[in-house]
Design a protein around this ligand. Structure first.
Ligand SMILES: *Cc1c(COP(=O)(O)O)cnc(C)c1O
Length: 640
């Protein structure tokens, strides 16, 4: 932000740049001329009137819900479903592809009933189906799915019950596929199918030799834990032939891993899988479906690169490249173009949720004033440090920085050996940090900032204490260092003149965000505004719709946040279509198996004993018990 800072009056454009909202926002998020973050699901052909997140926040607060709140925007989910399907259709048209596209949504990415409902409801126009990897997911899918033309893909480890359920779905007219993930599975499927008198649709998950970069590299490649290697595929084909069931083999599937940032890895995998598909056709299997799994990435940092939080392709490029690669392989062997399936989850739901939270407190790195002149009685090392401070200019920054560090270390040693007093050491620290502040101010005027000084701001970052739990609401930020865009949702016409890291309220040393998106690198601090007395300061963590909700945990017993679903109308009004109150203290205690009744009794007795020993009055006992009651019923987060 340093260069920008010097350019005078702060504007909306500067906020857009510094927070990169146009780069990661997918066109859905912007900043208004009032300096607030706006949401607009209707960009493109049918632009709507954007809605301010601040208006939604006040709507939510008026309804009595406290921060943190997870907002879910139904329209953003719809918009992403359209975008993916339309992009595939367009690519197929342009390339004269003769097959079709049928997406399936992998339930595990966000299992909330509302999400699955919205995907099946809105996705019906595209016959967008579902992918399941377990019995509960299959049952959830069957209860929501209405569209018999959509695909229902069954992955995962399958027992008899799972298989029977899928076979009944097939009998009832659903396009249900069993994807064989382990060599032994095919026999069980055939046995159960024979017993139920139905011909199964079988797919095979293959282990590719292609590998992808990114966090989830192990899903692809020879060492991936799921899928059949080429020898096992051939053995399966022979087994099917032997049972005269090869005509059940219709689909090839692979999953390269999630968030594949590099389009070259995607192309390589498609090509390899398409080759296997062609070979299975040559073996005599009917085939017809090629399922490319997930992996379509989200550009969390807006850098459009092959960095793990980004992707070096657009959805349109993804679709065009995939279709072109499939076509090339099919045409080379004169094989009919298959129906292409993808199992994109992350790209469909990431935009859908925004976590909003308020800042509770700030630990500022104070800039101490120092005397212009030091007394002769002050130890020499401290006077030297002071001299470094006063000699500081733009020309000798690096040298002065080195000297300041040198004297600081010396002074610490002297203190440890009893040669200077605590008061003197405090003086030295004030001078040292004053020097660092000065260096930071001066360095922004340099054309080339010396390496040591580039990240010096981080040393004096403020800590903003925020009302949320990283572990509950954005676990991937903690567990795998994934970056999410985080920014203030208002005051964006004011210069953010503080640099901060965000601490959550778990008071766990890992409960923080200290890595932020940056177009070229990873920032260690976030530019934020100073808190104003008596007014709340709100931040948002964006693109948190994929994977975060169910992976979140109860660390420090912070529970589910309040959730509010919002539908935005084209005229810029919005409707709160659902609200789910977050966990109460009572809820989270019962999750970890506290017996609430026994606890209440214990409290009563403890309070009674206190009365008996004269520590509190009976009236105070009543008050204690009633505040315990309030506490148990309350929200687990900080309440105003
Ligand atoms: C997780 C998973 C997906 C979803 O991947 P995204 O990268 O989120 O699109 C798809 N298919 C399978 C088999 C998966 O395990």
């Amino acid at each position: 932000m340093n260069k920008v800072e010097l350019l005078g009056r702060w504007t909306r454009t500067k906020s857009e740049e510094i927070y990169g909202i146009k780069s990661w926002g997918g066109g859905y998020f912007s900043i208004s001329d009032k300096g607030e973050v706006m949401v607009d699901p209707f960009f493109g052909d049918q632009p709507g009137v954007p809605v301010s997140l601040m208006d939604i926040i006040s709507g939510v607060r008026e309804r009595g819900l406290d921060m943190p709140v997870l907002l879910r925007f139904e329209n953003l989910l719809d918009a992403q479903i359209s975008l993916l399907n339309d992009s595939f259709r367009k690519a197929m048209q342009e390339l004269n592809y003769c097959g079709s596209y049928q997406g399936v949504y992998p339930i595990k990415v966000n299992q909330q009933q509302q999400v699955v409902q919205e995907v099946t409801r809105f996705g019906q126009r595209y016959h967008h189906g579902l992918e399941v990897g377990s019995k509960p997911e299959l049952i959830a899918a069957l209860s929501e799915m209405k569209d018999k033309q959509a695909c229902l893909i069954c992955n995962g480890y399958k027992d008899e019950e799972f298989i029977d359920l899928g076979l009944y779905a097939l009998k009832m007219g659903f396009q249900c596929f069993f994807v064989v993930e382990f060599p032994g599975e095919v026999d069980l499927i055939l046995d159960r199918a024979e017993r139920l008198g139905v011909k199964p649709n079988i797919g095979v998950r293959i282990k590719l030799s292609s590998k992808a970069g990114g966090h989830w590299t192990e899903s692809g490649g020879d060492r991936s834990i799921f899928g059949l290697n080429m020898t096992q595929v051939i053995e399966m084909v022979d087994a099917l032939k032997e049972r005269k069931m090869l005509d059940s083999l219709k689909l090839v599937h692979y999953h390269l891993g999630s968030q594949v940032p590099n389009i070259r890895d995607i192309r390589a995998a498609v090509q390899e899988a398409a080759r296997v598909y062609v070979e299975l056709v040559k073996e005599g299997a009917p085939m017809g479906w090629l399922d490319l799994g997930g992996g379509l990435a989200v550009d969390y940092d807006g850098s459009k690169t092959n960095f793990s939080s980004s992707r070096n392709y657009s959805i349109q490029e993804y679709c065009a490249d995939v279709i072109e690669a499939v076509m090339t392989v099919m045409d080379n062997s004169s094989v009919d173009h298959p129906v292409v399936i993808t199992e994109s989850g992350r790209a469909l739901v990431a935009y859908y949720s925004v976590l909003l939270f308020n800042v509770l407190d700030v630990a500022e790195f104070e800039r101490y004033e120092i005397p212009g002149q030091l007394d002769e009685s002050v130890p020499e090392q401290i006077r030297n440090l002071h001299e470094v401070n006063s000699l500081l200019t733009q020309k000798n920054l690096q040298e002065c920085y080195n000297d300041a560090l040198y004297y600081r270390d010396n002074i610490r040693d002297m203190f440890n050996h009893g040669h200077i007093s605590l008061r003197e050491r405090s003086l030295a620290e004030k001078i040292f940090w004053n020097t660092i502040h000065k260096i930071i101010e001066l360095k922004v005027r340099l054309k080339r900032i010396p390496g040591d000084l580039v990240d010096l701001e981080n040393a004096i970052a403020d800590i903003y204490y925020c009302n949320f739990s990283v572990f509950q609401s954005i676990p991937d930020s903690w567990a795998i260092d994934q970056l999410f865009p985080v920014m203030p949702v208002h005051r964006l016409l004011e210069m953010p003149d503080h640099n901060a890291i965000l601490a959550d309220i778990t008071c766990d040393c890992d409960g923080k965000i200290d890595r932020f998106i940056d177009p070229h690198d990873v920032r260690r601090t976030l530019p934020v505004h100073a808190l104003k007395d008596n007014s709340d300061y709100y931040l948002g963590a964006f693109l948190v719709g994929a994977y975060q909700e169910t992976l979140g945990d109860l660390h420090n017993l912070f529970g589910d946040t309040n959730v509010v679903s919002v539908r935005i109308e084209t005229d810029g009004t919005f409707e709160i279509t659902g609200e789910i109150e977050g966990d109460s203290v009572e809820d989270v205690l019962s999750y970890v198996e506290y017996d609430l009744r026994a606890m209440r009794n214990e409290f009563r007795q403890t309070a009674e004993e206190a009365v008996r020993s004269g520590l509190i009055s009976p009236r105070e006992r009543r008050e204690v018990l009633s505040s315990i009651e309030d506490g148990l019923r309350g929200y687990t987060y900080y309440e105003r």
